[in-house]
Ligand binder design. Structure first.
Ligand SMILES: [Ca+2]
Ligand SMILES: [Ca+2]
Ligand SMILES: [Ca+2]
Ligand SMILES: [Ca+2]
Length: 183
């Protein structure tokens, strides 16, 4: 028997199948072929099936690694802000998203599966106009992870009614005050 491909190699002198360059991520994870043995009089064949299993070779990567968006301070709770996206060259690997810093008063939440960041608390441009979050994508099976920064600007809305400094003003005015003059 003899033969060679990018997945296997065998020759006329032994029955060892040696692998070529393998890559689970190439999309082909199953190989099947037939080996024929002959003594020039008799011939027999055997089918061989090989399944390539995934090895964790890469860590998650955010692309891009920084995000910015602006939202109005009266944005309703649950509204979407931005979606962060990490990828992993190991196509079979799953990871979870989380916010690891900058989420003061838990104003924002992140969907651990999709990376969608949403409003989770009342915003107020009169108190905080910028949040700088650090988000993390962590492989489920390992500690491999990546981080990205998310800058969220809270824009002002005219949400405050003007009001007098005092509820009641008392002024004493002489009865002979000239008309049209301030008290
Ligand atoms: Ca990986
Ligand atoms: Ca892999
Ligand atoms: Ca406000
Ligand atoms: Ca305002």
């Amino acid at each position: 028997m003899s033969g060679k491909s990018n997945i296997y190699e065998c020759d006329n002198y032994d029955t060892t199948i040696r692998t070529g360059t393998l890559n689970y991520e190439s999309g082909t994870t199953n190989y099947a072929f037939t080996i024929e043995v002959t003594d020039s009089v008799h011939t027999t064949t055997i089918s061989v099936g090989i399944t390539i299993t995934d090895v964790n070779e890469a860590s998650p990567v955010f692309n891009p690694s920084s995000y910015t968006n602006s939202i109005a301070e009266d944005t309703t709770l649950g509204s979407s802000v931005i979606t962060v996206t990490a990828t992993d060259a190991d196509t079979a690997d799953k990871f979870v998203y989380s916010i690891i810093s900058g989420n003061n008063d838990n104003k924002f939440a992140i969907d651990s599966d999709t990376g969608l960041i949403s409003v989770a608390g009342e915003l107020d441009a009169e108190s905080t106009t910028t949040y700088t979050l650090v988000v993390k994508a962590n492989e489920v099976a390992t500690t491999n992870s990546a981080t990205a920064s998310v800058t969220i600007t809270v824009s002002d809305v005219n949400d405050n009614t003007p009001k007098f400094a005092q509820d009641i003003y008392y002024v004493a005015v002489d009865e002979d005050r000239t008309a049209g003059m301030c008290p």
